[in-house]
Design a protein. Structure first.
Length: 456
């Protein structure tokens, strides 16, 4: 924060916002994406109001690099589309214009109002306190108060490069405080995802959550039941794939929100089987954070494999104890946990299928005889499954020597590998001769080939 300290005494209100002129705040155009500036200037040229708003302004003031840039304007989405050729309108619940510049998208939102007394009223639809449609347009002052947190409601005006604060956001930003605008309970009822956003920003910025904003987090988690499962998936990726997932996990559990998103995982964690603390989730999330911080790629398939493993594992244990073969138990347990989870958080198939493969491959790491380890090595999901095995070993779930064997096996030369398999095959039972069924064709398939192929 670089504004002069005498601003602290000034406060803002909906009618008289605090306006910080250009020389008194630290936002420099040099730190704003060239494409966001293009959008702002172009709207201004067409005589529309244009402001940078939300995370971009907040993060610039804090000296962080913004993830993306959001623009607010009095132009309607259709008018925005007429200004930019590279523009697409998206969203039904909240209609927005996306202006595309290669891979960068600048999100342009029209000022929202409450729509009361205007013909726009039907554009704002509230059901049981929840906003299901929010497309009634309004003034910048109305728009500011409809945003979630005070620190997210700061506007950088391209007209004169001033900063506009309707909600005392600057004071909160300075104090490291996260505060909802308006009555917190009502704001969470309107959109329960704001509870998850509170946790996200508290972790991301290291801010404290102001008391009235925090209290309902312990009480209103059940409202998440009313949020579409697909939206929760998107929100969870933002929560867990930003480099502070372990902190998010702990905070979500603290508020009882994790139990509502992952009830089966919470139950498994709570029971901490055999008094043995369950640590795979923590370790997995910490590893994911380290990867993200190092700029390495991560996938939701692995993330959800971590988050849902505990209930899968406890089911497998039970099924195997009841006499079910391990491979069958893994498949059945995975199917059961996935089916129950999908009603809460919709994991798209392109992630849930590889997630299940990561689990399904786990028992195959135990099989180190003959051609099996070579086949496993060529499996497209080998690397992710191996990383998962390492996690299980770290958590004390499987023998460390097994994980080490696979680490060596991957790096070994062809000859060394052959030696390792012989070594690892000591426990191999002598292969029983298959009696050919009378009348069966000669040269049947080699044992195991079918299963390897089936798994790919
Ligand atoms: P980041 O992009 O760093 O995740 P952000 O604050 O920019 O954080 P976005 O989801 O990009 O978050 O939203 C942009 C802005 O839109 C927010 O800063 C906030 O002003 C407003 N906003 C987003 N979601 C909501 C919501 N559910 N309720 C009210 N306002 C919201
Ligand atoms: Mg943003």
């Amino acid at each position: 924060m670089q504004e002069s300290d005498n601003d602290i005494t000034r406060t803002s209100s909906a009618t008289t916002p605090l306006i910080v002129p250009r020389p008194e705040h630290g936002i420099s155009r040099a730190n704003i994406s060239a494409n966001a500036l293009k959008v702002l200037y172009r709207l201004k040229q067409e005589n529309y109001q244009a402001h940078l708003v939300g995370g971009g302004v907040r993060d610039l003031l804090l000296g962080h690099e913004p993830k993306d840039f959001d623009v607010a304007t009095d132009a309607t989405p259709e008018q925005v589309r007429q200004v930019f050729r590279n523009c697409r309108l998206i969203g039904r619940r909240f209609r927005l214009a996306h202006v595309h510049f290669g891979r960068e998208i600048i999100e342009v939102a029209t000022f929202r109002g409450n729509g009361a007394g205007t013909e726009d009223a039907s554009e704002r639809c509230v059901e049981n306190g929840m906003i299901v449609r929010d497309n009634a347009y309004g003034t910048i002052a109305e728009d500011a108060l409809r945003r979630d947190f005070t620190i997210n409601a700061l506007y950088y005006n391209i007209q004169d490069f001033s900063l506009i604060d309707y909600a005392d956001g600057l004071a909160d930003l300075r104090a490291g405080r996260l505060r909802l605008i308006g009555d917190p309970e009502q704001r969470y009822h309107e959109d329960p995802v704001r509870m998850l956003r509170a946790v996200r920003f508290a972790c991301k910025l290291g801010f404290s959550i102001e008391e009235a904003t925090e209290r309902p987090l312990f009480e209103l988690g059940h409202l998440l039941d009313g949020v579409p499962a697909a939206r929760l998936f998107d929100e969870l990726i933002k929560l867990f794939h930003a480099g502070y997932g372990l902190d998010v996990f702990e905070k979500l559990r603290h508020y009882g929100l994790f139990a509502l998103l992952f009830p089966d995982t919470e139950a498994a964690l709570a029971s901490e089987e055999h008094d043995f603390p369950v640590t795979l989730v923590n370790r997995g999330l910490a590893n994911t954070d380290t990867r993200i911080q190092a700029g390495k790629p991560v996938t939701p398939a692995f993330l959800f494999a971590i988050l849902l493993w505990e209930p899968v594992r406890s089911r497998i244990e039970r099924m195997v104890a009841e006499g079910m073969p391990i491979n069958e138990a893994v498949l059945l347990a995975s199917a059961e946990v996935c089916a129950r989870q999908q009603s809460r958080v919709a994991i798209p198939k392109r992630f849930s299928l590889p997630m299940r493969e990561i689990w399904a491959l786990q028992p195959r790491f135990e099989q180190r005889e003959g051609k099996r380890p070579f086949r496993l090595l060529t499996h497209p999901r080998f690397r992710a499954a191996y990383d998962f095995l390492l996690l299980r070993a770290e958590a004390g779930e499987v023998d460390r020597t097994l994980a080490e064997w696979w680490t060596r096996f991957q790096d070994a030369s062809g000859q060394e590998r052959a030696g390792m398999v012989e070594g690892g095959a000591r426990r191999r039972r002598p292969r029983r001769r298959r009696r050919r069924k009378p009348g069966a064709a000669k040269g049947g398939t080699e044992p195991g080939a079918g299963s390897a192929k089936g798994a790919q």
